[in-house]
Design a protein around this ligand. Structure first.
Ligand code: NAD
Ligand code: AKB
Length: 322
């Protein structure tokens, strides 16, 4: 934990991760100390449980005004355009991901902020990277605009640490699976969609092939990893904005089979689209020894426990009996 009381800004708070991470941060640091912002209007539990404001991260004047007004010293910069939406609109992806990140980093230096968390992604990797047990230090030649912006974001973060002494940290999240807010336009979205369709319809058409294997993580582990890295002793970190973090790895077919243990009649067909090529360019499993050694990373959820919990939550939400 930072020594002074964290006064936290979350950008992109209405998104899949922000909507749950913001509530966890409010529980931890006090509801009034965590400001939820997004380019969209903040609604629902985020609006009901603490301060919120509209913020377009590509606008440095707006960002500075909010940092000053709320006395912010800690930032979780989650605003981004993800891989699939980024391929449909690469220009938007570059502007939001790069201008937004640069604005946050410049403010971190100008306003002498404390910890700035900037997530990265397995999207930094490409087809030249070893796919199995992908190392921490390896080839970073992504084939998506999203991946390009994530590599640049990691390099910028490291540059601001070394050049300006900023406290920048980040994780290469795998695909995040969660039940509260649907994902926002990524390639790993099938691993969330499949649960909604299993509960609501009993069938799903998957946009990647049955044998597509990707690294994934359940939301409670995502929140745990993010807060643990944010609170780690900065002087003990050799890496900064680019920690590999592993948790689960499975194929689309293995996930369907696990769901079928709870919903025996669940049917899945496979109709790969443009996201198949993106998935094929990413790792299938991750070597996260650096995260384990430098700040004690240890995931808690496996495929059976995550599947059971997802199905229990969604079936309760949609009033379905398993
Ligand atoms: P998301 O798409 O669900 O949410 C992103 C949020 O950013 C949205 O609420 C959107 O309205 C907001 N946003 C877009 N443009 C903005 C702008 N100009 N100004 C302010 N807000 C803007 O994304 P997420 O899944 O919550 O991802 C959060 C972070 O984690 C991103 O950096 C993403 O790259 C990273 N990440 C996510 C995953 C995953 O599986 N969810 C995996 C790897 C990395
Ligand atoms: C996406 O699929 O774009 C994200 C990610 C792995 O970064 N979920």
């Amino acid at each position: 934990m930072t020594k002074t009381t964290p006064k936290v800004l979350v950008t992109g708070a209405m998104g899949q991760i922000g909507s749950e991470l913001t509530l966890a941060l409010r529980e931890r640091y006090g509801h009034d100390n965590v400001l939820a912002t997004d380019v969209r209007t903040i609604e629902g539990p985020l609006a009901e449980t603490g301060p919120c404001a509209k913020l377009d991260v590509t606008d440095p004047v707006m960002l500075k005004g909010i940092l000053e007004r709320y006395g912010i010293n800690t930032v979780y910069h989650l605003a981004a355009i993800l891989s699939a939406t980024g391929e449909k609109n690469p220009g938007l992806c570059w502007r939001v991901n790069m201008d937004g990140t640069l604005n946050v980093l410049n403010m971190a230096v100008e306003m002498k902020l404390g910890t700035v968390m900037i997530p990265s992604s397995i999207a930094v990797f490409g087809p030249e990277t070893p796919r199995v047990n992908t190392p921490q230090e390896t080839v970073l030649k992504p084939r998506t605009m999203y991946g390009v912006t994530k590599v640049c974001g990691e390099l910028l973060g490291d540059y601001y640490v070394r050049r300006f002494g900023a406290d920048v940290r980040g994780l290469r999240y795998p695909g995040i699976i969660s039940s509260e807010t649907p994902p926002g336009g990524g390639t790993t979205d099938f691993a969330v969609d499949i649960f909604y369709k299993a509960v609501q319809n009993g069938e799903y058409t998957c946009f990647v092939k049955e044998d597509t294997s990707l690294p994934m993580m359940y939301m409670p582990d995502c929140i745990k990893a993010t807060i643990e890295l944010a609170e780690a002793d900065f002087s003990k970190l050799s890496h900064h904005g680019d920690f590999n973090v592993g948790a689960l790895s499975f194929t689309a077919g293995e996930l369907a089979a696990e769901i079928r243990k709870h919903i025996p009649g669940f049917r899945v067909s496979y109709e790969p689209d443009f996201r198949q090529a993106i998935a094929d360019s990413w790792p299938s499993s991750i070597d996260d020894r650096a995260a384990r050694e430098e700040w004690g990373w240890q995931p808690a959820w496996d495929l059976p426990s995550m599947t059971a919990d997802m199905l229990e939550r969604l079936s309760a939400r949609f009033g379905k009996r398993l």
